[in-house]
Every structure is written in structure tokens, then in C-alpha cells.
Design a protein around this ligand. Structure first.
Ligand code: HEC
Length: 164
């Protein structure tokens, strides 16, 4: 014991010397709690560089391609440009949103109970990666927390766009 005042042996002796209530009611839950916290942190954001990259690139692409009309804060403009934040259309129709970025959107549509009817020009030059990044940005900003939109999901949705 004296040899190693702080080695593994003395630590074990110390733990075993504790009252069992302290050991099982305090130390054990604390250890489990810490592990859960670290694990969920790893899972959800701290260590997901791809998600962070999509968000950052998506924000730049949104500012460049979309914010003229839908505004930087996603609130839209009167009854001309519908809002994305909030938008019941956005919440429900991920595939349609992916399609309209590329192909545009015409005809009357209802967003949050209000009717809009102005053509939105599509941006055919957007790559599938860029669409995934913009989608990740708009689906994880202004209170949305949908998580990453993968390129795979974008390619699949683009295959079945209406009247392509
Ligand atoms: C030139 C203006 C303009 C630009 C640029 C534009 N939009 Fe739109 N957007 C519109 C209009 C107008 C509508 C409504 C279309 C209709 O009435 O059929 C619309 C509709 C939408 C909708 C569905 C309705 C809603 O509010 O949820 C989404 C989602 C959307 N746009 C996202 C985008 C994204 C993302 C970009 C950039 C890639 C973009 N828009 C660029 C004008 C624009």
C-alpha cells in the first residue's frame, strides 16, 4: 500500500472500503450517467463532421440561391414568397421540396393555410450533393431538427419528381 499511494491497488481498496450504499447508489449511477452523456454527445452532433459540413455549405448555398426570395431568416415575403420557417409544407413533403429546388414549382399551393401562386424558378445546375446540403440546412434551422438529408435520399426523390 505504501509503495503505491495512488496506484490501482489503492484505488480498489478505497472503492471496496466505501460503504456499499455509496458504492452502488452514488458511484455506479454517476459512472453510468457520465457514459450515457458522452455516448449521446458522440452520436448526435459533437462528432459528426459530415453533418456540420452539410450545414455550413448548405447555409452558404441557401444565402446564394434562396434567400433573395425566402429571406435570410426563412420568413418569406408577404403573400408573394412563402415562408420556410415555419412551413407545414416543408415539414410534410421532403421529396417535393427536393424536387422543387431543382425543377421549380408552379401553380397554386397552400402554406400554413395561406394560398400562394407565383412561379418559383428551379435551379437545374444544383448537384445532388448541393441539394442535400441545402435541404440539411433548411431542415435543421429555425427550429427544425430533422437531421442530415443524405445524397442517396436526394437521388431517390429526384427519380420520381412530378412531370420532370
Ligand atoms: C425567385 C424567387 C425564389 C427563389 C430564388 C426560390 N424560391 Fe422557393 N418559392 C418561391 C415561390 C414564389 C414559391 C411558391 C410557388 C407556388 O406558388 O407555386 C416557392 C416555394 C417554395 C417552397 C414550398 C413552400 C414552402 O414555403 O414551404 C419551398 C420549400 C421552397 N420554395 C424552397 C426554396 C429553396 C430551398 C430555394 C433555394 C434553392 C428556393 N426556394 C428559391 C420563390 C423562390
Amino acid at each position: 500500500m505504501n509503495r503505491e499511494a495512488c496506484g490501482p491497488d489503492s484505488y480498489r481498496d478505497w472503492v471496496l472500503g466505501l460503504d456499499f450504499r455509496v458504492r452502488y447508489c452514488l458511484l455506479l449511477p454517476m459512472a453510468i450517467g457520465t457514459c450515457c452523456l458522452l455516448f449521446s454527445c458522440l452520436l448526435f452532433s459533437c462528432a459528426d463532421p459530415k453533418f456540420q459540413q452539410y450545414l455550413a455549405e448548405g447555409e452558404q448555398l441557401y444565402i446564394k440561391n434562396c434567400s433573395n426570395c425566402h429571406q435570410r431568416n426563412g420568413k418569406g415575403l408577404g403573400l408573394v414568397y412563402p415562408p420556410l420557417a415555419p412551413s407545414d409544407f416543408l415539414d410534410k413533403k421532403v421529396a417535393a421540396v427536393i424536387c422543387l429546388m431543382k425543377n421549380g414549382q408552379t401553380g397554386e399551393m397552400t402554406v400554413n393555410g395561406s394560398s400562394y401562386n407565383q412561379p418559383m424558378p428551379g435551379i437545374p445546375s444544383l448537384t445532388e450533393l448541393e441539394i442535400a446540403e441545402i435541404a440539411t440546412y433548411i431542415y435543421n434551422s429555425w427550429g427544425h431538427e430533422k437531421g442530415i438529408i443524405e445524397v442517396k435520399q436526394v437521388s431517390q426523390s429526384l427519380k420520381s419528381c412530378p412531370s420532370d
